[in-house]
Design a protein around this ligand. Sequence first.
Ligand SMILES: Cc1cc2nc3c(=O)[nH]c(=O)nc-3n(C[C@H](O)[C@H](O)[C@H](O)COP(=O)(O)O)c2cc1C
Length: 189
Amino acid sequence: MKICILMGSPRAKGNTAELLKPFISTLESNGCAITYIFLSDLNIQPCNGCYACQQIDGHYGCVQDDDVGLIMDCVIESDCIVLATPIYTWYCTAPMKALLDRHYGLNKFYGKAKGSLWAGKRLAIIATHGYDAKYGAEPFETGIKRLCEHSNLEYMGMYSVRDEDDIASFQTESAIAGAEAFARSLYHI
Ligand SMILES: Cc1cc2nc3c(=O)[nH]c(=O)nc-3n(C[C@H](O)[C@H](O)[C@H](O)COP(=O)(O)O)c2cc1C
């Protein structure tokens, strides 16, 4: 299984990265091919709402010349997309939000082009947050569930851990076991 991990934290060695370590090693040791994309290093412009992508059949078709075309190539080639992000102000971080808005070219719903470039793919969330999971992460999960319904993606669930003590919160036996179990839930289906 090919998995594209879209990493939204600006901290390359922060909490979300720590939680991803056992998740990624479980996937890799079970034969999954991982592409890890660190969004903060890339040029991801906001969607300008021009709808030009809705006239282009069979291709992503965005007119903007930034790194999003390459990211979408990875999304299109993958079986499963993982959104890995700290919760910032009840949602994902800004580069991930910009990227999510740029999904429009994957769904040809609003112009003369038709079809989808990603329907049927799996999507999962790994999140870290300061508040408890329900209060902190539920708004983001709700938005992503609706994106999956809207785009015909298979929502695989969210694994999230609360930041109570910075990196140490993500190095506990239960955080690690949870990340490993969540990884197994993705490739067992
Ligand atoms: C700018 C900013 C906004 C945040 N907003 C929230 C929030 O709305 N809800 C929450 O539960 N935690 C919030 N947090 C806490 C982070 O989600 C948490 O510390 C996370 O583990 C950081 O992950 P990282 O080290 O991968 O960046 C916020 C942190 C920052 C820096």
